[in-house]
Ligand binder design. Structure first.
Ligand code: PGA
Length: 243
């Protein structure tokens, strides 16, 4: 199966015009472009081959779009923007915005019920890694975040996992490709035993145009989730050249 590259723009760029330029540069059939909410429409208009993703979704999806939840964005609204993928549980939401596993579980269920491909991010902090707790943390996150999916049969193309060690995100210090492959193998074994599905698993954390191939060439790694480098057209070009 072809490898997938997801471009997570986070809270960037700072103009509609730049968003259009980035989306155009990223338009490739094996790419998912994940802009912030205000740029979904402009990015979506530019894409002819790439799919559109959202960085988050609210856990209530009220009927008829009548939602009294100031500041939140619903699954129905994202569907209307042609969004196909939804990231849930990104470490910046877990650690900087204190999103709990309980909230993540609700968002995952809402995203699944609305028909999106959910992208669940898991990974350990620097301290947890130093304490040798990587596997324990990942096992706990997967169990808690999938807790509302009990009894639901999940087709393996409706969920993606992303292994994103927190210490590697935005630091310029990626996990080694071999280390990422090993942890991804572990994630697969946990998923097999917990929900009997083996979805694709991506690696994320300081992936650039120069190191992306070291990850993509390993059979265990189904693709990459890219933050900072997805905002630079020269980096985008280098990454897409490998697909
Ligand atoms: P980074 O971010 O590529 O800037 O490390 C990855 C992510 O947060 O998904």
């Amino acid at each position: 199966m072809a490898k997938l590259i997801m471009f997570n723009w986070k809270m960037n760029p700072s103009s509609v015009q730049e968003a259009g330029v980035l989306a155009q540069a990223s338009d490739h059939e094996h790419v998912v472009v994940v802009p912030p909410f205000p740029y979904l429409l402009v990015a979506g208009d530019m894409l002819t081959r790439a799919q559109l993703g959202a960085q988050d979704v609210f856990w209530e999806n009220p009927p008829e779009r009548k939602g009294s939840f100031t500041g939140e964005v619903s699954a129905s609204q994202l569907k209307d923007m042609n969004v196909k993928y939804v990231i849930v549980g990104h470490s910046e939401r877990r650690h900087k915005l204190h999103e709990s596993d309980e909230v993540i579980a609700k968002k995952l269920r809402t995203a699944f019920d609305a028909g999106f491909i959910s992208v669940l991010c898991v990974g350990e902090t620097k301290e947890e890694r130093a304490a040798g707790k990587t596997e324990e943390v990942i096992t706990r996150q997967i169990a808690a975040d999938l807790s509302l999916m009990a009894g639901v049969s999940i087709p393996s193309d409706r969920i993606l996992l992303a292994y994103e060690p927190v210490w590697a995100i935005g630091t310029g210090d990626p996990e080694t490709p071999a280390g990422a492959a090993k942890t991804i193998g572990f994630i697969r074994s946990v998923l097999r035993s917990q929900i009997s599905v083996t979805p694709q698993v991506l690696y994320g954390g300081s992936v650039t145009g120069d190191n992306v191939n070291d990850f993509l060439k390993l059979p265990e790694i189904d693709g990459v989730l890219v933050g900072g480098a997805s905002l630079k057209t020269d980096e985008i070009e280098k990454m897409l050249a490998l697909l």
